[in-house]
Design a protein around this ligand. Structure first.
Ligand SMILES: *Cc1c(COP(=O)(O)O)cnc(C)c1O
Length: 386
């Protein structure tokens, strides 16, 4: 096989998908509670996005940002309306969106230091890997970008104690995704915002995983009434078409002028069409309220059904981004669920992460609760034998 072995892949080949269901090359169906890692927020092949892309495929695919791209402007308007920010820059991934945010914050403030948090995840490029507060991600790559400082997440006091005029920005996830589905407390997130104002630093919120309706709001910071200067998005933004975006306030405009930053592919007609069709469906109050309702019901049912297990420590998260913290290895449960026909993913060694499409049906969540209960029962039996 001529692929670099950068991924531990499961022995599963998905050949088709529709809604919440995917089918493998043996004809077996699975309920997909991973959604390509919070990407397929409208399920697989949502008809509105498919039709819009088919139409665009018959017009033009790529023109470059040398020219006007009206659909990119429409996609930007949708993002800015939903976030109350003023400008968008399109790129191709979450890491690139954060990379743009880091560059913009440094250019705008003329400062270099950026505070991020332990167990955060911001991407795999040199700057975003350096921003990521996890040693296992840094390992073997030599010296990192030296201007990041990692603070403990949810530690209000440590942030209050910062008195440093060199801080360009604080970059934070509202719920740490890869770090274990760990929600930031309102007090902590507010303290981070207040500290940014006090220091004259920018507040960057990484919504790559939590954004685009995943938690029941367009963006998760809206649960806490935060007022970020920069917001990044990617995963759910294009329903599976690779695309990222950085959004920012009007006053940042003069720091990102022609020639200061760019991307060959960023926001090309196909990507922007995917974004527009996706957001027109998700950024609608009825749709987002339904996500909140589903998330509440799903979490309640999981809590009821898993209450009897000693190995289940906590069920946390918001909307349809949930984590079940367990004793023992979560990956074993992921394997057992896959055999039973449910796809889930881990977040760190001990957290089972559930990211169903936002279009998931109540019956599908009931099936998932039953399968998860069965798998955790078996997990607990095996822990007792060991
Ligand atoms: C996935 C993720 C990223 C990186 O996105 P890529 O598209 O893989 O570059 C950045 N931040 C957060 C919070 C993420 O979950």
């Amino acid at each position: 096989m001529s692929l670099f072995p950068t991924y531990n892949r499961f022995p599963l080949t998905i050949v088709s998908g529709k809604g919440t269901t995917v089918t493998d090359d043996q004809g077996k169906d699975y309920l997909d509670f991973v959604s390509g890692i919070a990407v397929c927020n409208l399920g697989h092949r949502p008809p509105e996005v498919q039709e819009a892309l088919e139409e665009q495929l018959n017009q033009v695919w790529h023109v470059s940002n040398l020219y006007q791209i009206p659909v990119q402007e429409e996609a930007a308007n949708l993002l800015c309306d939903a976030s109350e920010l003023d400008y968008a820059f399109f790129c191709n991934s979450g890491a690139e969106a954060n990379e743009a945010a880091i560059k913009l914050a440094r250019k705008h403030t003329g400062r270099e230091k950026i505070i991020t948090f332990k167990q955060s995840f911001h991407g795999r490029t040199f700057a975003t890997m350096s921003a990521t507060g996890q040693e296992k991600i840094h390992e073997g790559f030599g010296s990192l970008l030296p201007t990041f400082e990692y603070f403990p997440y949810n530690d209000v006091q440590k942030i209050e104690e910062v008195h440093d005029g060199h801080v360009a920005a604080i970059m934070v996830e509202v719920i740490q995704g890869e770090g274990g589905v760990v929600p930031g407390t309102k007090e902590f997130l507010k303290t981070v915002e207040d500290k940014c104002r006090e220091l004259g630093a920018l507040l960057i919120i990484d919504e790559v995983q939590t954004g685009i309706g995943r938690t029941g709001k367009a963006f998760a910071y809206q649960h806490h009434g935060l007022d970020p200067d920069i917001v990044t998005a990617a995963k759910g933004l294009g329903s599976g078409f690779p695309v990222g975006a950085m959004l920012g306030k009007a006053e940042l405009k003069d720091s990102f002028t022609a020639g200061s930053h760019g991307s060959t592919f960023g926001g090309n007609p196909l990507a922007s069409t995917a974004v527009k069709a996706t957001l027109e469906k998700i950024f609608v109050s009825d749709f987002l309220e339904a996500v909140t309702e589903k998330g509440t019901v799903f979490k309640d049912k999981l809590e009821d059904s898993l209450a009897r297990f000693n190995s289940v420590k906590e069920i946390r998260g918001k909307g349809l981004m949930l984590g079940i913290s367990i004793s023992g290895e979560a990956i074993q449960i992921v394997h057992s669920l896959r055999e039973k026909g449910l796809l889930a993913v881990v977040a760190g060694p001990n957290v089972l992460r559930l990211l169903p499409p936002l279009t998931v049906e109540y019956g599908e969540m009931d099936q998932a609760v039953a399968l998860i209960t069965e798998a955790i029962q078996q997990h607990e039996d095996s822990l007792q034998k060991a």
